[in-house]
Design a protein around this ligand. Structure first.
Ligand SMILES: C[S@@+](CC[C@H](N)C(=O)[O-])C[C@H]1O[C@@H](n2cnc3c(N)ncnc32)[C@H](O)[C@@H]1O
Length: 219
């Protein structure tokens, strides 16, 4: 176990029970007052990656997969930016129920949402041009049951679901750029770009609490 793993050791955030309970609460809130719930890493985390996708002139009908979509709000924003071939998966049923309710309210029935454990994806989940992860690899890394093995499984799944030459955009608060590079570069993904994230200053030291990287899977 590395120093960072000790720092961000196993936690409830790494369990499905945690996410099921969290999204059950969020679903209830949504039904009662229409609030979509937490947007992990804030609005700017969505703007940052959508701008990057737009800058690449990736065709609007390219297939995009949001891994661990939660409430699916990122997919709503992508749809509002014109993207038409969007899929979100999450292993938590209440998360998928919440995201489906939000899509219904937003009038976006063409967004596909399914319950899938990304560590064991179905064959239907393949050939995506873009895969996005905002906080899901972080959650998996906090699994109390052999997180190192689960991270390996995640990378294998990513190979299966992403097209050769496809893009993988990850936003993380548990791992530094170097740590993410080690994990993904060794597995055949090369770093295309680091997206700028807010910096913080603490105890006279400046750093980034969030890392956002774009990788491309080798052809
Ligand atoms: C920190 S939340 C981020 C949610 C969303 N991406 C966002 O940015 O708001 C992590 C999400 O990953 C999902 N998740 C964790 N492990 C997963 C797995 N093995 N397969 C699919 N989803 C998973 C959780 O249910 C949760 O929705």
């Amino acid at each position: 176990m590395g120093a960072r793993e000790e720092e961000f050791g196993p936690s409830a955030l790494g369990t499905k029970e945690h996410w099921d309970a969290a999204y059950e609460r969020e679903l209830k809130n949504f039904k009662e007052n229409g609030a979509p719930g937490e947007i992990w890493f804030g609005e700017e985390s969505m703007t940052r990656l959508i701008r990057w996708i737009e800058k690449q002139k990736i065709p609007l009908d390219s297939s995009v997969l949001d891994i661990g979509t939660g409430n699916g709000v990122l997919l709503v924003e992508l749809a509002k930016s014109g993207y038409t071939n969007l899929t979100g998966v999450d292993y938590s049923l209440p998360a998928v129920q919440l995201s489906k309710s939000i899509m219904e309210k937003e009038g976006l029935p063409h967004i596909k949402l399914q319950v899938e454990d990304i560590l064991n994806p179905s064959d239907a989940l393949s050939d995506f041009q873009v895969c996005i992860d905002k906080g899901t690899f972080d959650a998996i890394s906090l699994n109390p049951d052999n997180a190192a093995q689960k991270r390996k499984q995640y990378v294998n799944s990513l190979h299966r679901v992403l097209k050769p030459g496809g893009f993988f955009i990850i936003t993380s608060c548990n791992w530094t750029k170097e740590e993410l590079l080690k994990e993904f570069k060794e597995a055949g993904f090369h770093l295309l770009e680091e997206l700028p994230t807010p910096t913080f200053c603490f105890g006279g030291r400046t750093g980034n609490s969030v890392t956002a990287l774009v990788f491309q899977q080798k052809l």
